[in-house]
Design a protein around this ligand. Structure first.
Ligand code: SF4
Length: 366
């Protein structure tokens, strides 16, 4: 970017000026990377095969996720090397509670998402195209170097839906791994099996949003199907990627305890009792401003239900200071990691074992 343009960007205050600045900062960083996982069809149309939507995209159009555009019969990933968000976060914010506690994770996102969740917390960047957001220009190698300089243990692909910037994530993760960084991913799990298996070759840990446990809920709240998400979970587990799950509990929508019990049973049977499950508190926003925050008692009942189903690590999130933020030893039930929100306050570990009874805790603790 020229110095003159950069100054313009700093000075812009009106909406019109901001729109202009957006173009300036995006200029030259979009439309550079050909997408993977697509096929060319007749008449310059393409079929994207990255996620279960399998969009047919005519020339000049963008897919459902707004992040992949057909230009002249070639599909491009718009978010490549153009992250709209970069932060150094505690890994607990992803959330990962059984993975590298108290470590820093270099967290990035490019704009776009292949779901339409009415409760999205990051809708301003997930429900946008990389052509509409203010982006940094950062090649994978620059990103990895910055993460190392910031003292991070991992790179997190997060905030929006990382599979919509698949190529950027993959290239970054390969370099990150070669430099000793770990790769973690917070995703909706809506990805086809072939690209997922390729991603698993460089992924260390994943937190997948299991938003509900009925096809109807996925269709009405997210415009998506449940089944591909369950397939993703099984593939991640089989691939040896450390897996945690997040379930946002919305009053009157997905808080039925019978369904929560079915979900917990499925997790235990298919992914293992050691899979951490985070019940997250809902707050009214985006398209669900008419629904009140999740009562604490609802979250506690959900947690109790999942624990009764046999899950060993069940957490409550978005409720700092609650006992459900903590990790308890599955064998002796003593508190081994005390947290408040994303902060770790106490640790009672001997390596990766409970300091009281020696039980080897699941996950990665150092
Ligand atoms: S990744 Fe985007 S363009 Fe590709 S199939 Fe999914 S929604 Fe469509």
């Amino acid at each position: 970017m020229k110095r003159r343009d950069f100054l313009k960007l700093l000075l812009c205050s009106s909406l019109a000026m901001k729109a202009e600045a957006r173009e300036i900062i995006n200029k030259g960083v979009l439309l550079k990377k050909e997408a993977r996982y697509y096929q060319k069809n007749a008449g310059n149309s393409v079929g994207c095969r990255l996620c279960p939507r399998q969009c047919d995209i005519p020339a000049g159009s963008t897919g459902f996720c707004r992040a992949r555009r057909n230009t002249g019969g070639t599909l491009y990933s718009l978010g490549y090397a153009a992250p709209c968000a970069i932060h150094v976060d505690p890994i607990e914010k992803k959330p990962f509670f059984n993975y590298l506690p108290q470590s820093r994770s270099f967290s990035i996102a490019s704009a776009g998402c292949n779901l339409r969740c009415k409760f999205c917390q990051n809708w301003d960047i997930s429900q946008a195209s990389p052509a509409e957001t203010m982006n940094y220009a950062m090649q994978p190698a620059d990103l990895v170097m910055t993460a190392l300089n910031k003292g991070c243990r991992s790179i997190a692909f997060t905030y929006t839906e990382p599979s919509t910037y698949f190529e950027y994530m993959l290239d970054t993760a390969k370099i990150a791994r070669s430099k000793g960084l770990l790769n973690v991913y917070h995703s909706n799990g809506y990805i086809r099996q072939e690209p997922l298996r390729e991603l698993c070759t460089v992924l260390d840990a994943a937190n997948i949003d299991l938003k509900g446990f009925t096809p109807e809920y996925y269709r009405s709240m997210c415009e998506a199907d449940l089944e591909p998400v369950l397939e993703t979970l099984k593939t991640l587990k089989k691939s040896g990627v450390w897996l945690e799950l997040t379930n946002l509990v919305i009053p009157g929508q997905n808080d039925d305890l019978v369904t929560i019990r079915r979900m917990a049973d499925w997790i235990r049977q298919n992914l293992g009792a050691e899979t951490p499950l985070h019940f997250s508190r809902f707050f009214p926003l985006y398209k669900l401003t008419h629904i009140t925050p999740t009562p604490v008692s609802t979250l506690e009942k959900a947690r109790e239900t999942a624990r009764k189903a046999g899950l060993k690590y069940v957490y409550i999130g978005n409720l700092p200071g609650h006992a459900g933020n903590n990790t308890y030893c599955p064998k002796c039930a003593k508190l081994v990691v005390k947290r408040s929100g994303f902060s770790v306050l106490e640790k009672h570990l001997a390596g990766s074992a409970c300091a009281y009874c020696g039980y080897k805790l699941h996950g990665r603790w150092g």
